[in-house]
Design a protein around this ligand. Structure first.
Ligand code: CP
Ligand code: NVA
Length: 296
C-alpha cells in the first residue's frame, strides 16, 4: 500500500518531526537529493494556485523528477470520466499524484482506486501541505515546536483545520478565534473561542487566512460582515507573546484579514513561510515515495 497525505492524520509525531528535520536539510542543500530521479509526479489543479503550483513544480525538479501539470478542465474528468478510472490511468503512468479540488471525497477515491501515493494540494476540508510549511516556519523561528502556541484568527476553514490537526500532532497548542457560524468543529487539542484577544494571549504565532475561500464566493458579503473584527493588526499582535510572529498562508487581502503594516512589517515571517512550502513538500515527496520498491 502506498503512503498518502490526504488530511495530515496519516503522520505520527515521529513522522512529522523527521519530515521537518529533513526539510531543514533540504533547505540548506536544495539540490542534494535525487529521490524523484526517473519519476513523474502529476499535479492536478481544479482550482487556481500560485504558491502550491510554483513550490511543487520547482520542488519536483530539484528532486530530479518531472512535474506534469494537469488542469482538470483539460482532462476527460471534465467530460464525466470517473475518478476511479482516472486513478487507474494515473497509476499506470506516474509515480505520485497531487490534487487541488473541492471535495475531499475525490482524493479518498483516488487513493482507494489507484496504486500510487496521493497528496492533498488543498481541498475544501484540508490544506495539510500548508500546515507542514507553517510548522517548519515555527520550528525555524523558535528552534522547537513543543510548548508553542499558535492563534488562528478568522474563518474556521481548511487552513484552520489542518493547523489544528497537525499542530496537535506536533505538540503546538492551536487556538482558533472565529465568529459564530464560521467556527471549526471540535478538533482534539484545539481551543475554540469567539474572542481574538483570548486566542492570541501568550501566542508565539498569530495566523490569518482569507475571509472568502475558493468556492465561498456566493457568501462573500455576509462573510466580510461577520469576519470584519477577525483581522490581524499591530494592536492584536501586541497582545501576543513579546517575540510573536505573524503568519498568513497567502494570497492576502491587505486591509481585510491583515493590515499592510503587519503583512510587510518586522514581525511577520509570511514570505519565509511561502518559501518553506517548497522545502517542506520536498521532504513530504521523499516520504511518500520512500517505500516505492513495494511495487508501484
Ligand atoms: N497558500 C496557497 O496554497 O497558495 P496558492 O493558492 O497560491 O497555491
Ligand atoms: N482558505 C483558502 C486558502 C487559500 C490558499 C482557500 O481555500 O481558498
Amino acid at each position: 500500500m502506498p503512503r498518502h497525505l490526504l488530511t495530515g492524520e496519516e503522520l505520527s509525531r515521529d513522522d512529522l518531526y523527521g519530515l521537518l528535520d529533513r526539510a531543514l536539510e533540504l533547505k540548506a542543500a536544495p539540490r542534494s537529493s535525487d529521490a524523484l530521479r526517473d519519476s513523474v509526479v502529476a499535479l492536478v489543479f481544479e482550482k487556481p494556485s500560485t504558491r502550491t503550483r510554483l513550490s511543487f513544480e520547482a520542488g519536483v525538479v530539484e528532486l530530479g523528477g518531472h512535474p506534469m501539470i494537469l488542469r482538470s478542465g483539460e482532462m476527460q474528468l471534465s467530460r464525466g470520466e470517473s475518478v476511479k478510472d482516472t486513478a487507474r490511468i494515473l497509476s499506470r503512468h506516474v509515480q505520485a499524484v497531487g490534487v487541488r479540488t473541492g471535495p475531499d471525497a475525490v482524493l479518498e477515491e483516488l487513493a482507494a482506486e489507484g496504486t500510487i501515493p496521493v497528496f492533498n494540494m488543498l481541498t475544501a476540508g484540508h490544506h495539510p501541505c500548508q500546515a507542514l510549511a507553517d510548522l517548519l516556519t515555527l520550528r525555524e523561528t523558535f528552534g522547537r515546536l513543543e510548548g508553542l502556541k499558535l492563534a488562528y484568527v478568522g474563518d474556521g476553514n481548511n487552513v484552520a483545520r489542518s493547523l489544528a490537526i497537525l499542530g496537535a500532532t506536533a505538540g503546538v497548542e492551536v487556538a482558533v478565534a472565529a465568529p459564530a457560524g464560521y467556527q471549526l468543529e471540535p478538533v482534539a487539542g484545539a481551543v475554540l473561542t469567539g474572542d481574538p484577544a483570548e486566542a492570541v494571549a501568550g501566542a508565539h504565532a498569530v495566523y490569518a487566512d482569507v475571509w472568502v475561500s475558493m468556492g465561498d464566493e456566493e457568501t462573500a458579503g455576509e462573510r466580510r460582515a461577520a469576519l470584519g473584527p477577525y483581522r490581524i493588526d499591530d494592536a492584536l499582535l501586541d497582545r501576543a507573546a513579546p517575540d510573536a510572529i505573524a503568519l498568513h498562508c497567502l494570497p492576502a487581502h491587505p486591509g481585510e484579514e491583515i493590515t499592510a503594516e503587519v503583512l510587510y512589517g518586522e514581525r511577520q515571517r509570511i514570505w519565509d513561510q511561502a518559501e518553506n512550502r517548497r522545502h517542506a513538500q520536498k521532504a513530504l515527496l521523499e516520504w511518500l515515495v520512500a517505500d516505492r520498491q513495494n511495487g508501484y
